[in-house]
Design a protein around this ligand. Structure first.
Ligand SMILES: Nc1ncnc2c1ncn2[C@@H]1O[C@H](COP(=O)(O)OP(=O)(O)OP(=O)(O)O)[C@@H](O)[C@H]1O
Length: 361
């Protein structure tokens, strides 16, 4: 902590993207600790706050009635001094394709420690690159938060894609008194694979069907006896204004693990390629029998750090995002994460959480 009482977080460390900022500010609100984040997104081609990050910062400012210095577009340094988390209804209109799920990623842990239920409307992109697709948040993040005793309800009012955005969602969050420790160690065996392959706008339903068939065929090739059912949909014009295509596949195992893999169509969309890439990614997780997928890893770190008791996850090699999340969580909470690499490339991440209580309830 410096002389002015700020904990300084170096945003260029490891991944050097937006995640260090999101985790630092969420923890700042929950712990009531002022933070200064410097060198924000230093490793990105256009460093500093983008629309998504700026809207997230201003949202947390409103949720915590915080004092903020440096909250402007492309700013590379920010001081954030939170007050109590009250909980309310909030609206964020990004007017861009800023990722709605990443704004939710920042606000969700904070609202779990609010004094009353909250509702959060955000407009922007629901399915955009380098961020969880909204279906991933609903079908993979939500069940992975269950062991912590945390939950939310997420409704999509309108799907939105790059470059125009125009998506909108409603997130409802019930506060918790505390987070329980999460155990993600027992893979068991594969029980079923489900998911959704979608198109929207001018992209025809046949692309969704190609994604669906290829993805199902690949899973059945390796696991002929397990159920694999991917739904193919074309969003109506009322649900999505623009062109978009993507797929999310979710695997559930007998040990209670829920793993996801997702892909998004870019300029030229080949449904067979998207279906094959996504099922290939999921099959890799399943063959390795890991309990937490590559993207869920970093998203669970903040919950493990705050929980009461020992959380453990069995995953693949740690991503830079995860190591960044661990670094930020250790700096702000004082907890220690233990990372053990096992033969076969498994990693066991263990953390005795801070045992944070919700002072507002
Ligand atoms: N395909 C995916 N499925 C699920 N989650 C994803 C996927 N791709 C990225 N994520 C998650 O989105 C987050 C991205 O963090 P990151 O810091 O890279 O993004 P960002 O804030 O948009 O910053 P930047 O623009 O600086 O990269 C991470 O939590 C990561 O796990």
């Amino acid at each position: 902590m410096d002389a002015k009482g700020f904990v300084e977080i170096d945003g260029s460390f490891l991944e050097g993207g937006g995640q260090a900022l999101r985790n630092a500010l969420s923890l700042s609100c929950i712990l009531g600790k002022p933070v200064r984040v410097v060198k924000i997104r230093a490793n990105r081609p256009k460093p500093g706050l983008s629309h998504q990050h700026l809207h997230g910062v201003n949202l947390l400012r409103d949720i915590c009635n915080a004092d903020v210095v440096g909250n402007s577009l492309l700013s590379t340094e920010l001081e954030f001094s939170p007050r109590a988390i009250l909980g309310n209804t909030y609206r964020v209109e990004t007017h861009t394709a800023a990722s709605i799920t990443l704004i939710y990623q920042m606000a969700l842990p904070v609202l779990l420690f609010a004094g009353r239920p909250s509702r959060l409307f955000v407009s922007g992109g629901t399915n955009v690159a380098f961020a969880p697709q909204v279906e991933y948040m609903q079908q993979v993040l939500l069940p992975n938060l269950k062991p912590f005793g945390a939950s939310f309800d997420l409704k999509v009012q309108q799907y939105g894609f790059y470059p125009r955005g125009k998506g909108s969602c409603q997130l409802d969050v019930q506060p918790v008194a505390k987070l329980d420790a999460g155990q993600f160690l027992d893979f068991g065996h594969l029980q079923s694979v489900s998911g959704v392959a979608f198109t929207a706008g001018r992209l025809p339903m046949s692309i969704a069907i190609d994604m669906q068939r290829t993805a199902q065929r690949e899973i059945h090739r390796h696991w002929p006896n397990e159920k694999c059912s991917i739904q193919a949909v074309k969003h109506s014009p009322e649900k999505a204004h623009d062109n978009g295509a993507g797929i999310l596949m979710t695997a559930i195992t007998s040990g209670g693990c829920v793993l996801g893999a997702a892909s998004l169509g870019e300029k030229r969309v080949d449904g067979n390629v998207l279906g094959s890439e996504t099922s290939g990614q999921l099959a890799q997780y399943l063959r390795k029998e890991i309990c937490v997928d590559e993207h869920m890893q970093d998203q669970l770190i903040i919950y493990m750090a705050l929980a009461v008791g020992l959380s453990r996850m069995r995953t693949g090699p740690l991503t830079k995002h995860t190591r960044t999340a661990i670094h930020v969580a250790e700096q702000l909470t004082g907890v220690k994460f233990d990372v053990a690499v096992e033969s076969g490339g498994h990693t066991i991440v263990t953390c005795e959480g801070l045992g944070q209580r919700n002072e507002m309830l």
